[in-house]
Design a protein around this ligand. Structure first.
Ligand SMILES: CCC(=O)SCCNC(=O)CCNC(=O)[C@H](O)C(C)(C)COP(=O)(O)OP(=O)(O)OC[C@H]1O[C@@H](n2cnc3c(N)ncnc32)[C@H](O)[C@@H]1OP(=O)(O)O
Length: 316
C-alpha cells in the first residue's frame, strides 16, 4: 500500500483509486460501444449507408412506436398506425431503432411484450414506402437497417413475447420471429405473404423462422404463403399458447400474466438467463461456454446469490 507516500498533498493510494475508477468508467463505456457494434450486423464495410437510409425513411411519415416501461420490469412496445393496419412507415422504422436503443440500457427491465393497437398486430411494411423505394440501393439499405434493428431487438437481455392479435403479415410476421415467444389470440394469423409480393423475407425473418420451426416447415410456410392460425402455430411450435381473450385489453393482461411466470426475480438474474440462452443459440460451443462463464461471474456472489445463501430455500 502506498497510502503513506504523499504527492501533491494526496496519498498515492487515493490517486491510484481515482485512476482505477477512471479506467473502469472508460472500460464500461468502451464495452457498451463494442457491444452495440457487435449487435449490429452491417456497417459501411458492407456497403451500408445508414445516414442515407435514415434520411430516406424520414420521407415516409405516419404512425408511431410507443414504449411504456412498467414498474414490474415488463416493457410494452406498441405499433401504432391503425389507419394502415399498423403497417411500418419509414418513421416507424426509425422510431423502432430508438426504442431498441432505449431498451438496451434499461437496467430494471426483465420482459418485453410487442403488440399492435386496434386489435391487429402489423400488416408489414407500408406499401406506399415500398413502392417509392423499389430501387436496389434503397431496398438493400432498408433491408440492412431493419436487420440491424431487429437483431438488436432479438438480442435484448429481456424475455420477449409477440402478442399476435388479428394479422401479422409480411414484415409483421418477420417481427414476431424476433421475440423469444409468440402468443396468439383466437382468430389471429401469422402469414409470410412475401412470395405473393414477388419477394422473400429480408428483415431476417426467414433465418429466424428456420431456427424456430425447422427447415421443412419454414420452406412450406414461405413457398406456400401459408396462413398460420393459432392451432397450426401451436402444432409447429411457432406459438406458445392460444389466449382466451381476443380483445386488446384482455389479451394484453393475459400476456402479462404469462410472461410474469418467467420474469419473477431480480432483473440482474433474469437478464443473465437471457444472455446465456442467447449465447447458446447463436455462438459456436466454445464461445458460448466462455460467455456463460462470464455471465456466471456477473451473478456469482451478487446480491441475489448472497441473499439466497442466507435464506437457503428448499426447491421442493
Ligand atoms: C417486408 C415485406 C412486406 O411487409 S410487404 C407488405 C406485406 N403486406 C401486405 O401486402 C398487406 C396488404 N394489405 C392487405 O392484405 C389488407 O389490407 C389486410 C391487411 C389483409 C387488411 O384487409 P382489410 O381488413 O380488408 O382492410 P383494408 O384492406 O381495407 O385495409 C385498411 C387500410 O389499410 C391499408 N393497408 C393495409 N395494409 C397496408 C400496408 N402494408 N401498407 C399500406 N397500407 C396498408 C389499406 O390499403 C387500407 O387503406 P385505405 O382504407 O384503402 O386507404
Amino acid at each position: 500500500m502506498g497510502a503513506l507516500v504523499h504527492r501533491n498533498g494526496l496519498p498515492i493510494c487515493i490517486k491510484e483509486m481515482a485512476a482505477d475508477l477512471w479506467k473502469s468508467l472508460l472500460q464500461t463505456a468502451k464495452e457498451k460501444i463494442i457491444q452495440q457494434r457487435r449487435a449490429s450486423l452491417y456497417d459501411c464495410a458492407h456497403g451500408y449507408q445508414e445516414e442515407l437510409i435514415k434520411k430516406k425513411l424520414q420521407q415516409f411519415p405516419g404512425g408511431s412506436i410507443n414504449l411504456s416501461k412498467e414498474g414490474n420490469g415488463i416493457g410494452i412496445l406498441t405499433l401504432n398506425n391503425p389507419r394502415l393496419m399498423n403497417a411500418f412507415t419509414g418513421t416507424m422504422m426509425l422510431e423502432l431503432q430508438e426504442r431498441v436503443t432505449e431498451l438496451e440500457t434499461w437496467k430494471e427491465g426483465k420482459g418485453l411484450i410487442v403488440c399492435g393497437v386496434g386489435n391487429t398486430f402489423c400488416s408489414g411494411s407500408d406499401l406506399n414506402a415500398v413502392k417509392a423505394m423499389s430501387n436496389s440501393e434503397d431496398g438493400m439499405n432498408m433491408c440492412m437497417f431493419m436487420q440491424n434493428t431487429l437483431t438488436r431487438l432479438m438480442r435484448l437481455p429481456l424475455i420477449s413475447v409477440a402478442l399476435v392479435q388479428g394479422k401479422a403479415l409480411g414484415g409483421g410476421a418477420e417481427l414476431t420471429t424476433t421475440c423469444d415467444f409468440r402468443l396468439m389470440t383466437p382468430g389471429s394469423e401469422i402469414r409470410f405473404v412475401h412470395k405473393q409480393m414477388g419477394l422473400v423475407p429480408g428483415w431476417g425473418g426467414a433465418t429466424r423462422l428456420v431456427q424456430i420451426v425447422g427447415h421443412g416447415a419454414a420452406l412450406q410456410l414461405l413457398s406456400g404463403a401459408v396462413k398460420v392460425d393459432p392451432e397450426g402455430a401451436l402444432r409447429l411450435g411457432l406459438s406458445e399458447k392460444t389466449l382466451v381473450s381476443s380483445d386488446e385489453t384482455g389479451s394484453l393482461e393475459e400476456a402479462r400474466a404469462w410472461l410474469s411466470l418467467y420474469t419473477e426475480g431480480p432483473a440482474s438474474v433474469i437478464q443473465a438467463v437471457k444472455k446465456v440462452v442467447t449465447a447458446g443459440k447463436e455462438l459456436p460451443l466454445e464461445a458460448a461456454l466462455r460467455t456463460e462463464k462470464d455471465v456466471f461471474g456477473s451473478v456469482w456472489g451478487g446480491p441475489a446469490n448472497l441473499q439466497a445463501l442466507v435464506r437457503r430455500p428448499k426447491h421442493k
